[in-house]
Write a protein that binds this ligand. Structure first.
Ligand code: PYC
Length: 333
């Protein structure tokens, strides 16, 4: 019988949880974060379940585990964990992780104001603004993002036909805009988003089964973004991003905002250099930008950046005791 101890910093990014595991995570070989992710998924997924699911976490829980980077051009390696799995990339998770790591003195930037993290999806450069002991803003220069499929007709049980796009911004997103069969976010209760999103995701995966053109380790529709007009006059759009089985992102979602900008550039509704302020379901904002154009295999894409803030809310030492019948967590069906 053994007891595992995880040292965590709990934070939130614009309202969405980020549990940063600073020590106690499984030792992994000195390979890339993309390879570490596969090993973690295969051999250590119980760690994610124990720390994300009840009784130590909850239906929306999300976080990261810190590792040394295997790359000379990165300061730190990050595995992103959440209730849905171990992700290639997470934007709100990056903002929370960088804030927590800097404020706790866990990472020593080579040049004050900049960092680079190695995520499983690739290198992500960071600019941050620090005031005394506090990190006030983090901007991440996310991985190349692109529109994977446009104007796909899905048949969604109990909802009917939906016209959607599928875009990549570090994860694959179904993007749904208001249309004849769906009147927008204000027409739909949160419980309906939670009920319908898995059906949309399943229908999109069955039809498209996306695989990243340059990295086949990244595949599958994981997230669903419902889009609408903003409420805040300074924002350009609003969203509700669904992940896992019951979660709606409380932040405007970093990889989702990247996917959304790639979709909008492909549809000539945004261009390189444009700012895009994205509003979350609780009204928090990310300040996003289309930095440049790029190519992702055969797809035209963009390099997006996302800026936001995070708040550290506590230090947490979590035990997982093998004698606990709920050691590896549970979720209600
Ligand atoms: O911010 O990229 C993000 C994210 C992914 C899932 C929840 N948030």
């Amino acid at each position: 019988m053994s007891r595992h101890t995880f040292f965590c910093i709990d934070a939130h990014t614009c309202g969405n949880p980020v549990r940063v595991i600073t020590a106690g995570g499984p030792l992994l070989p000195n390979v890339s974060m993309a390879e570490k992710r596969l090993i973690f998924q295969r051999e250590h997924d119980w760690v994610r379940q124990a720390l994300m699911f009840e009784p130590r976490g909850h239906d929306v829980m999300s976080g990261s585990i810190l590792y040394p980077s295997s790359r000379e051009d990165c300061d730190i390696g990050v595995l992103f964990i959440e209730v849905s799995g171990c992700l290639p990339m997470c934007g709100h998770g990056t903002i929370g992780t960088v804030t927590a790591a800097l404020e706790a003195g866990l990472v020593m930037p080579r040049v004050e104001g900049t960092l680079a993290i190695e995520a499983p999806a690739g290198r992500v450069a960071i600019d941050y603004v620090r005031s005394g002991a506090t990190v006030e803003q983090v901007r991440l220069y996310n991985v190349a993002s692109y529109l994977h499929a446009a104007d796909i007709e899905l048949e969604v049980p109990t909802l009917g036909k939906l016209n959607v796009d599928l875009a990549y911004g570090g994860n694959f997103y179904v993007i749904i805009e208001p249309q004849a069969g769906w009147a927008g976010l204000d027409s739909m209760a949160v419980s309906e988003i939670v009920r319908l999103s898995p059906l949309v995701r399943q229908a999109a995966q069955a039809l498209l089964a996306p695989v990243h053109p340059l990295d086949s380790r990244i595949q599958g529709v994981s997230h669903v973004m419902w889009c609408d007009k903003p409420r805040n006059p300074s924002a350009h759009a609003r969203n509700a991003v669904f992940y896992g089985d019951k979660a709606i992102d409380r932040s405007p979602c970093g990889t989702g905002s990247s996917a959304r900008m790639a979709q909008m550039v492909a549809r000539n509704r945004l261009k390189v250099g444009d700012e895009f302020i994205h509003e979350s379901i609780i009204g928090t904002l990310f300040d996003c930008r289309v930095e440049s154009a790029t190519q992702v295999g055969a797809f035209a894409g963009i390099m997006p950046s996302i800026a936001g803030w995070a708040q550290v809310i506590g230090h947490n030492t979590i035990f997982v005791d093998e004698r606990d019948p709920l050691a590896h967590g549970f979720q209600l069906g």
